[in-house]
Each structure stands twice: as structure tokens, then as C-alpha cells.
Design a protein around this ligand. Structure first.
Ligand code: UDP
Length: 333
């Protein structure tokens, strides 16, 4: 199959002359998902044209094209024959009246801009969008981009944007109760939230800033546990935050690192096999934190679950079946 993959283009914060690439230079959940899926499509003998991520590295089977908006996508698709269009941009990059089979992946919270042929990344996300029958396909992870380690160090990790809906304060409170440092990696765009975080937990929070692929892989592989304590507060898309798919959970499991999560969005669906789920608003005591950290799954167990639940080739094969449906006009909502 020849697949046109549409990524939403964003400028890279640390160097705005560059676009965020696939895979990303630093923070970038959707870009990592697109990257892992492309790996899966190429490994199953397909060809991919990537639009919306200029500067991304091409390789055999993957052509990177310079389109950055819907009109330039239209021009590009008129010049290149493709079997299916796969949109990751919530419709932003889709030309109107596109006469090609099209499937979208919903990466955000709330209702997708294009509900026809939409694939959701969790049951919770699909429920929040009001859909009953559209397919749910988990986010992919290619373990080759992760470091696997059974040797853990005495720190907990939060990796992602430092924002209220991501529960970084709650992660720091958990780490403080556990008596362990919390390494925090990721961009801190909301300065007020960040300042309160470091002011309230000065002996717990070790802020590293945004990290690139190598440092990210090392940080995740050596953490005692990854904390994903996302909160049901107003998120970046206006609606109450419902963690859609959580890329970091799959990355942690593939690295042999367990996860301690809140019960927000997709987390109760995916975390029980790779860690523990806390109730939102639960203030964990020192003995509870110690007990939780002691019962987490082993690195080998986690790696097996990661391959089974999020393996990039398996996930790509699930997508290919839905691409084939769209190509024979067997559409869904
Ligand atoms: N990430 C990274 N460097 C950072 C912070 C985050 O590479 O400094 C990556 C992280 O490993 C994950 C993605 O950015 O792949 C964040 O995705 P997630 O789904 O967890 O968060 P969201 O997209 O909801 O913000």
C-alpha cells in the first residue's frame, strides 16, 4: 500500500527555524506515534509519503514532502499516486473534498473534527467523543527506540509537558511521600504552574528541561517508576482532560519501567498490566507509596506486555485492515 501520512506541523520551541520532525527532536507525543507507525508500515512492506513534518529524515520506503498546510497537501497529493490518506492532524491538513480513501487517528480529547473513518486510541477517548462503534487501536511503540534496563536507580520520573492537566504536582507529592526525588523532563510553558511546583517541592523536584531521544530513553529506562497522574481539569483543547492514549506509558513498559497512574482517561484501561492505578485526589501516605513501589511488575514482564499491547508491527497491521476497509468504501463513524 502507498500511504500518505499527514502530520500537523509545529515549530520546534528550542529552534523555531525548524519544524518538529518525525521522530521529534524533543517533546512530541503525536510525532513519536507517527514515527512508530511509519516503522510498522515500512516493516510490513508498505510505502509512506510523510507530509507536515519537513526536515524529518527520509529512508528507503519513506519519502518526506514539504507540504505544511491543506492547500500544499492538495497540490502534493495531485502529483503523487497514493492508495490511502492517514490523517493525524484532526483535519487541519486535509484538503476539502479530497477524493481519496481517508482514515484519521484522533490524538486529542473531545469530538474529532472528522468523525467519519476515525480511529480512537482508547475506549475512554472514544466514549468522551460520543462514538460507540468506531475502532479503538492502541498507540504503537517500537522498542528499538527505547532502552531496556533491569537496573533501576533511586528516582521517579515525570516526562511530558509540565502542565496542570498532566498532574506534575500530584507526581511530586507522590515522590515526596515515597522519599524519592522526582526527575521532571519536558517543556515548562506554564510558568506560574512550574514556579509553584518547584517552590512547593524544592527537595523533591529535579527539573531537567526538555530532553531529546537519547536522554529520554536513558531517563525512562533507569527510573524506579514513571508517574502519569493526569487530572480531570480543563486541558489544552478546552474540554476536561481525558488522557487519550499516553505515549509515555507504552515507552516505559518497553523500557522495563513500571507506571503509577491516576484513573484519568485511558489510564485505567492500559496501566493495570504495567503498574498501579490510583484514584484521583488520593493523597498517598509514605507507607502506601512504599507498598505500591514494592508490588510493581518486573522489567521482563513489562517488556512482554509492551510488545503484546503496543508492538508497532501489530498496531500497523490493525491500521492496514482499516485502510483496506476505507479503500473498499466500507466506511464507519
Ligand atoms: N518527550 C520527550 N522529551 C521531553 C518530554 C517529552 O521526548 O522532554 C516525549 C515523551 O517521551 C512522549 C511525548 O514526548 O513520547 C509526550 O507524549 P504524551 O502522550 O505522554 O503526552 P501529550 O502528547 O499528551 O502531551
Amino acid at each position: 500500500m502507498r500511504i500518505a501520512t499527514l502530520n500537523a506541523p509545529f515549530r520546534y520551541g528550542a529552534d523555531p527555524s525548524q519544524w518538529i520532525t518525525v521522530p521529534p527532536q524533543g517533546y512530541g507525543g503525536i510525532q513519536w506515534v507517527v514515527s512508530h507507525l511509519i516503522d510498522g508500515f515500512l516493516e510490513t512492506g508498505n510505502e509512506v509519503l510523510l507530509l507536515g513534518a519537513p526536515g524529518s529524515p527520509p529512508r528507503p520506503g519513506l519519502t518526506v514532502l514539504p507540504a505544511i498546510d491543506a492547500p500544499s497537501v492538495a497540490t502534493t497529493l495531485a502529483e503523487h499516486a497514493v492508495d490511502v490518506v492517514h490523517d493525524h492532524s484532526d483535519g487541519v491538513m486535509l484538503p476539502p473534498y479530497l477524493a481519496l480513501p481517508t482514515v484519521g487517528t484522533h490524538h486529542l480529547t473531545g469530538v474529532p473534527a472528522v468523525p467519519v473513518n476515525c480511529i480512537y486510541v482508547s475506549e475512554a477517548q472514544r466514549r468522551q467523543a460520543g462514538s460507540l462503534h468506531a475502532p479503538v487501536i492502541r498507540l504503537p511503540v517500537n522498542a528499538d527506540h527505547c532502552e531496556f534496563s533491569i537496573a533501576k536507580k533511586d528516582y521517579l520520573l515525570y516526562i511530558g509537558r509540565v502542565s496542570r492537566h498532566k498532574g506534575v504536582h500530584e507526581a511530586a507529592a507522590f515522590a515526596a511521600a515515597a522519599g524519592l526525588p522526582l526527575k521532571v523532563a519536558g517543556p515548562a510553558w506554564e510558568k506560574g504552574y512550574f514556579n509553584v511546583l518547584v517552590g512547593q517541592f524544592p527537595h523533591t523536584v529535579d527539573y531537567i528541561g526538555e530532553v531529546g531521544p537519547q536522554q529520554r530513553a536513558q531517563l525512562i529506562a533507569h527510573a524506579r517508576a514513571l508517574l502519569v497522574l493526569s487530572q480531570p481539569v480543563k486541558g489544552p483543547f478546552g474540554t476536561e482532560w481525558c488522557e487519550p492514549g499516553s505515549t509515555v506509558v507504552a515507552e516505559a513498559a518497553a523500557s522495563g519501567t513500571p507506571v503509577i497512574a491516576s484513573d484519568n482517561g485511558c489510564l485505567p484501561e492500559i496501566v493495570p498490566r504495567v503498574g498501579a492505578v490510583l484514584n484521583s485526589g488520593n493523597n498517598v501516605t509514605a507507607s502506601e507509596a512504599e507498598r505500591l513501589l514494592a508490588i510493581l511488575p518486573s522489567a521482563d514482564e513489562l517488556r512482554n506486555v509492551a510488545l503484546e499491547q503496543w508492538g508497532h508491527v501489530r498496531i500497523a497491521e490493525q491500521y492496514l485492515r482499516h485502510f483496506a476497509r476505507a479503500m473498499r468504501d466500507d466506511n464507519w463513524t
